[in-house]
Design a binder for this molecule. Structure first.
Ligand code: BTN
Length: 251
């Protein structure tokens, strides 16, 4: 499971508030090689989507940030970084759990679910200056060996499902391998293939689901993502609508 560049430069932090914040600060002062990872097993103020926090018990889980410099990527294709991050985590979970036994899904835009419970979350943060993409930090939080979760967050870990502990360093190496695989596909412009892979694991695809739009609850048929990475939904009159993460919430 060797990689060419992802994880070749690895910064382990015994403790960090947020690996994403650390990576973003570091990038302001240091010219880090592409593929550098910043990781910890003790993240104290992990950040999630929509200003949420990402909380984990010390020593049991992984918080990892991948530093990328995808100068080849057009600004309108930035959501592909979510696609490759999600696919890498999907493959990791399939490998750790044995995919046929469990229902592993990618819930737009950033959650990986196993049997409808959250096992991983993704927060990508891009730095753009003078209209140029400078760097991207792909942050991934993985629930590996934690067994107690607050019931309100509907989370699960690899240990809770597989019944045994996993070596966190081996997990990182596996994730690096899958991450690089998909990043190279992106670099060689395999957009259609990447979308097909993503769609094939899409949570609730072609099912009717209740969503909250600005506080109003409404059922929609889930159609997948559009060309910009927005969630495409069909209403009960057959009209398609595209939503970004700020506009809509799964119920
Ligand atoms: C979410 O589910 O809303 C996304 C959670 C992302 C958590 C990861 S852990 C590594 C990286 N550092 C952070 O502060 N957040 C991301």
């Amino acid at each position: 499971m060797e990689t060419l560049f992802i994880g070749q430069n690895a910064i382990f932090l015994p403790q960090a508030e947020s690996t994403n914040s650390y990576a973003i600060e570091l990038l302001k002062n240091v010219n880090l090689p592409e593929g550098t990872i910043v990781y910890t097993t003790n993240q104290t103020h992990g950040r999630g989507q929509r200003g949420n926090s990402w909380d984990t018990e010390p020593g049991l889980n992984l918080a990892i940030s991948y530093i990328l410099k995808p100068s080849f990527l057009n600004a309108n294709k930035l959501f592909f970084l979510y696609i490759i991050s999600a696919l890498a985590v999907y493959d990791l979970m399939s490998e750790l759990l044995g995919s046929s036994q469990y229902d592993i899904k990618i819930k737009w835009p950033n959650d990986i679910l196993v049997n409808s419970k959250k096992i991983a979350g993704i927060l990508n943060e891009n730095s753009i200056s003078n209209n140029q993409l400078q760097s991207c930090v792909c942050g991934i939080g993985l629930n590996i060996n934690q067994t107690n979760f607050n019931e309100t967050i509907n989370a699960v870990s690899v240990k809770l499902i597989s019944g045994h502990e996993h070596d966190l360093l081996k997990v990182i190496k596996l994730l690096n391998y899958h991450f690089e695989h998909y990043y190279l596909k992106l670099k060689s412009e395999n957009y259609k293939w990447l979308r097909e892979q993503y769609d094939s694991h899409f949570y609730k695809l072609n099912q009717i689901v209740n969503f909250s739009i600005h506080g109003i609850h409404k059922p929609f048929l889930v159609k997948g993502i559009n060309e910009q990475g927005l969630l495409s939904l069909q209403d009960d009159s057959g009209i398609n609508h595209d939503f970004d993460i700020k506009q809509i919430k799964w119920l």
